[in-house]
Design a protein around this ligand. Structure first.
Ligand SMILES: Cc1cc2nc3c(=O)[nH]c(=O)nc-3n(C[C@H](O)[C@H](O)[C@H](O)COP(=O)(O)O)c2cc1C
Length: 191
């Protein structure tokens, strides 16, 4: 797996799903191996702050986050597409982010990308939440947060400039993965 595309909308068939479809298709066309997950399909309980993961390095809550953690550890890049809810991200994405505390240090140097889809306000705050998540994990932020403007299902495709940025994000993630691949092979030549 090269890229994990994470869809964070609770609504099936909405704009976020369209963005995920677009990204998955483009990554495949660029020769990458993407896997797409919709968070709404998984049972993700909120972090309890119990701190057990500080001792055990895994989360003690038994739910579907274990499946998602496995994906996160296996992928080289993570691209999160999120709707804007109240100038921020929906609770399901925040729960997902909080539950990665147990992965401290293990997502390091993976490439991250973020797309925020909303009607009008709060994209930047949603983007910042996701970029803070990437940086906390010492990941590489691959591209500026792409902001798309849409409300009803399907409207996202009318945001021509935003869709152009989505294409740039896909290409940049592809480029960075190629550069990192080269770096890794050179590093193994030296060692
Ligand atoms: C609970 C809720 C809160 C929302 N808050 C905002 C907001 O703060 N700013 C905004 O621009 N759009 C907001 N919206 C609109 C959604 O971001 C927009 O409809 C988006 O397309 C939803 O993604 P989806 O099509 O994948 O469901 C909100 C929608 C819902 C349901």
């Amino acid at each position: 797996m090269d890229v994990l595309v994470v869809g964070a909308s609770p609504r099936p068939g909405g704009n976020t799903d369209l963005v995920c479809e677009y990204l998955t298709k483009r990554f495949s066309e660029l020769g990458l191996n993407p896997v797409t997950v919709m968070l709404r399909s998984f049972r993700i309980q909120p972090c309890r702050g119990c701190r057990e993961c500080l001792r055990k390095e895994f989360c003690i809550i038994e739910d579907d986050m274990r499946i998602l953690v496995d994906y996160l550890l296996r992928t080289k890049a993570i691209v999160i597409a999120t709707p804007v809810y109240f100038n921020s991200v929906p609770s399901i994405l925040k729960a997902f982010i909080d539950r990665t505390w147990c992965l401290r240090g293990r997502l390091r140097n993976k490439v991250g990308g973020v797309v925020a889809i909303g009607r009008r306000y709060g994209h930047e705050q949603a983007v910042n939440t996701v970029i803070s998540f990437f940086l906390k994990h010492e990941m590489i932020v691959g591209f500026r947060g792409v902001c798309l403007y849409a409300f009803e299902s399907g409207e996202v495709l009318n945001d021509v400039e935003g869709m152009r940025d989505l294409e740039k994000l896909a290409r940049r993630i592809h480029e960075l993965l190629k550069i990192l691949e080269l770096g890794t092979s050179r590093a193994s030549e030296v060692s």
